[in-house]
Design a protein around this ligand. Structure first.
Ligand SMILES: Cc1cc2nc3c(=O)[nH]c(=O)nc-3n(C[C@H](O)[C@H](O)[C@H](O)COP(=O)(O)OP(=O)(O)OC[C@H]3O[C@@H](n4cnc5c(N)ncnc54)[C@H](O)[C@@H]3O)c2cc1C
Length: 428
């Protein structure tokens, strides 16, 4: 089975190329990097950077669309001569699904702006986007990361204690705090000598008394004095992806690196803007979960076929074996999750508010990828449990889909608020 939908031509092309990368580069290295946690896959990073450049740029890093540029060649055949809205997030979702089928941890090591660039894209000014996003399309592979979570402030990110104060003399922000669980934090901040200069986007309060209205995100360039990666997390899954704890002690950041207004009163929506990052990225995380689940599901079907067990689609359910019913149920989960991703990213591409659909897709994907990978291990028995195969790894990798960028519980709350019309304060 493959994930199919009526994909625009560029999406279908990208899926083909990335399937080859997933099969030839990611799968053969999956186990090695799982067993050598924190080893940076330099060859893969360099190769992917060159490959993406050769394919016309790193589409996994957001770029400012130029209103004057013509539609891509592939889109001009469409009825309206290419005037229809762009397919940016749909393309990225298809890429992320395909690469996560290869290896979701290695997917996280793909050069590009990640969540850090997404935050600049969502909350930055046109000048900031120009300044900070161009580097992901340069000669060297470059990374960026997002630092929100702190001890005691994960789901409830309004509780963050990191503080940014303005030094009136030098007109610099001085940031103090400790961030934990930063995906790609090390590659974005420390490894810039071998890579392009990346950055981390640090969330801090400019006025704790103002609550959420006082929260802002700051671009902190790689290598900024006073900032240090103090720990790399040892994890259950996605072990090749570095997850860093980062401390900031009197870290000085240029005044213009604040995303949003420097004063509280002018911009009560600053927090909302930065949170809008998630409306774009949650469906993308959901796409990675679908990719992992599809990897496990296809592996199961291949093993069943080797034992001459084929699924008799079309028979009434009561005539199917329990294995057949389980496989069909998994397939339904997989396809329904993918449809929810497609709807959410289509809405993002078409500039339609998608907070509800973004969180729904994330909840669904988090659920189905943990269920499917676990069921595959169960159905394969020793084959599933053995480290000779990747099924057990996919089960470990899958769980993170339900944790980062809002846990399953938190995204359910977002969905409920959207449907019932409650604010965050009213339903928590
Ligand atoms: C591998 C990995 C990578 C990560 N990458 C990043 C990153 O790049 N940047 C970043 O900033 N953070 C990152 N995180 C952090 C992640 O986003 C948080 O761990 C997550 O948001 C949960 O927050 P917490 O750890 O404080 O858990 P808590 O908020 O303490 O939650 C613990 C449990 O309580 C539940 N819970 C909390 N509040 C409620 C509620 N109101 N109702 C019902 N249940 C609730 C949660 O769902 C969860 O099950 C990463 C985490 C991991 C594990």
């Amino acid at each position: 089975m493959s994930i199919e939908f009526d994909a625009p031509k560029p999406v279908a092309n990208a899926q083909f190329v990335l399937k080859t990368v997933a099969e030839e580069m990611m799968r053969p290295n999956s186990r090695y990097f799982d067993e050598h946690e924190h080893e940076i896959p330099w060859d893969y990073i360099e190769f992917m950077h060159s490959a993406m450049k050769a394919m016309g740029g790193n589409s996994l890093a957001p770029r400012e669309p130029s209103p004057s540029s013509p539609p891509p060649e592939d889109e001009r055949h469409r009825d309206d001569g290419g005037k229809r809205p762009p397919i940016g997030y749909q393309l990225i979702a298809a890429q992320m699904e395909a690469l996560s089928w290869g290896d979701v941890g290695l997917y996280h090591c793909l050069p590009g702006g990640g969540l850090g660039a997404a935050a600049v894209h969502a909350a930055g000014s046109p000048e900031q986007r120009e300044k900070f996003l161009a580097r992901f399309h340069g000669d060297k592979p470059t990374f960026a990361a997002m630092c929100i979570t702190e001890a005691g402030a994960g789901s409830d990110n309004s509780a963050i204690r990191t503080r940014a104060t303005l030094d009136e003399k030098t007109k610099e922000w001085v940031i103090n705090g400790e961030k934990i669980f930063v995906t790609g934090g090390d590659k974005s901040f420390t490894e810039y000598e071998k890579l392009g200069r990346g950055f981390i986007v640090v969330w801090a309060s400019i006025d704790p008394a103002a609550g959420r209205a006082g929260m802002r995100a700051f671009v902190v360039e790689g290598g900024t004095p006073g900032v240090r990666v103090v720990k790399l997390e040892h994890k259950m899954g996605i072990r090749v992806s570095d997850t860093a704890a980062i401390s900031l002690v009197d870290a000085r950041v240029p005044f213009e690196n604040i995303l949003g207004s420097p004063t509280v009163d002018q911009n009560p929506t600053g927090f909302k803007k930065a949170m809008a990052t998630f409306d774009a990225t949650r469906p993308l995380v959901a796409a990675t979960g679908v990719g992992v689940a599809r990897a496990a599901f296809e592996f199961l079907k291949e093993r069943l076929a080797e034992r001459e067990i084929h699924i008799r689609y079309g028979l009434p359910r009561q005539k199917l074996t329990s294995i057949e019913r389980d496989v069909i149920d998994m397939e339904i989960m997989l396809k329904s999750a993918w449809l929810m991703v497609i709807k959410a990213v289509w809405m993002a591409d078409n500039k339609k508010p998608n907070a509800l659909e973004a969180s729904m897709s994330k909840v669904r994907s988090g659920d189905i990828c943990t269920k499917i990978t676990q069921k595959v291990v169960e159905m394969l028995g020793p084959l599933g449990y053995s480290r000779e195969f990747l099924a057990e790894k996919w089960m470990r990798d899958a769980k993170i889909t339900d944790i980062y960028e809002g846990t399953g519980q938190i995204n359910r709350l977002v969905v409920a608020r959207q449907i019932l019309g409650y604010s965050g304060a009213e339903l928590r």
